[in-house]
Design a binder for this molecule. Sequence first.
Ligand code: ATP
Ligand code: GAR
Ligand code: MG
Length: 387
Amino acid sequence: MSKILLLGAGELGKEFVIAAQRLGQYVIAVDSYPNAPAMQVAHEFEVINMLDGEALDALIEKHTPDYIVPEIEAIRTERLYEYEKQGYHVIPSAKAANYTMNRKAIRDLAAKDLNLKTAAYRYATSAASLKKAVAEIGMPCVVKPLMSSSGKGQSTIKTAADIEKAWDYSQEGSRGDVAEVIVESFINFNYEITLLTVTQQNGNTLFCPPIGHRQERGDYQESWQPAAMSAAHLQTAQDMAAKVTAALTGAGIWGVEFFVGDDGVYFSELSPRPHDTGMVTLANTQNFNEFELHLRAVLGLPISEITLERIGASAVILAKGNSENPTFTNIETVAAATKSDFRLFGKPTSRPYRRMGVVVTYDSLDCSISEVTQRAKELAAQVEVKL
Ligand SMILES: Nc1ncnc2c1ncn2[C@@H]1O[C@H](COP(=O)(O)OP(=O)(O)OP(=O)(O)O)[C@@H](O)[C@H]1O
Ligand SMILES: NCC(=O)N[C@@H]1O[C@H](COP(=O)([O-])[O-])[C@@H](O)[C@H]1O
Ligand SMILES: [Mg+2]
C-alpha cells in the first residue's frame, strides 16, 4: 500500500481518493478548510495554507508520503523541487505543478520554447501597463491574473472604458502574491475542447476521446464526450499535448485545453491533474474514468488502452449565494431520470457560483451528443441549492 498526500481536497480530489481507496491505497487529504470533499473519504486529513512553504515542509516531514499529488494550483510549488531532490515523488513532477501554477511560465514555455500556436499575449503589472498591452494586442482581449483558476479575476475588454475595471477585477480574483496579469487576444473559436492526456512511467502516452465544453464567467457549465472534430484537428491537438506534457515531465493525467477556430487549433493551457470538464467520464463514458487513469499513472500501473464505451455529458449544479448549511431540492427528479446520475460534493458552505454538484447523463455510442448534453443541462437546472 502506498501513502498518497493529496494537496487540495475538492470534488476532483474526492473522486481521486475514491479511486485510490478501491485499489487499497492510503490517502491524506489536505486543504485550507475542514470537511473539504476529499477529506470526507480519505484516511486522514490536514488543514493548512498550502501557499505557506513552512507549513508544507512540516506536513511532508510529518507524513513522509510515497506520492505528493497536487489537486489545486494554489500551492507553494517552488518547494516541490526541494521535495523531489530529497527523493519524494511529486505528481506528475515539480516542474509541471510549478509551471502551471503561473500562467506566465506555462504560456512562455508553450509559445516561445515549444512554438505552439497560442493567442497573442502580453503581460501587465498595473492599470497603466495594461493600457499599453491592450493597445498592442487590440480589442477585444481577455485579461486574467497570472495566478487564478476557474475564471476568477478574468474579464474581457471590449472598449477602452473596460481597462481600469478589468485591472481592478483581476486584482480581486488573484490568488497568491503576484500582482500581474496576462492579456490575450480574444480567439473567436468555433468550439473548445479538453484533451485528457495520460503520460505513463513506461513512456506510453495515451489520449482520451476529446471533451467538448461550454464556459460562462470563465468556468465550465456543461461538458460532453466525444466532441465532434476533424481527424486533422485532433491530430494537431494530440501532437501539441504530447509536446507540452513531455516538456513538463512525469506521469499522470493532464487536461490540455484547446480552442479550435477557422484558422486552426490554439493551445490555451493545461492542468497537470484531472480536469473539471473531465467529470463527464463519471458517466462511465470510458473503460476508466479520469480519476482512475490518474491513479494508475501515479502508481505506475500500466494502462494499455483507453476506450470509449458510450457517449456522455455533465452539467454543473451551482449555488446562488452564501450559505453555512447548503441543502438541495428536487434531487428526486434527477434520480428518477433514466440514463443519468449525479454527484453532490458535500462542500460544507456555499458562495455565489460555487460548484456544489454535477449531473451526468449517457447513452449508447450511436445516440446524439447534443441530446445527451441538453438532458444533463435540463436536469442540473432543476436542482436548487437551498441557502
Ligand atoms: N484568449 C481567449 N479567447 C477567447 N476565450 C477565452 C480566451 N481565454 C479564455 N477564454 C475563455 O475563458 C475560459 C476560461 O479560461 P482559462 O481556462 O484560461 O481560465 P482558468 O481560470 O484557467 O480556468 P480553469 O482553471 O477552470 O481551467 C476558456 O475555457 C474560454 O472559454
Ligand atoms: N477548475 C479547477 C477546478 O475545478 N478545481 C476543483 O475545484 C475545487 C475547488 O473548489 P471550490 O473553489 O469550490 O473550493 C478544487 O479542489 C478542485 O477539485
Ligand atoms: Mg481553463
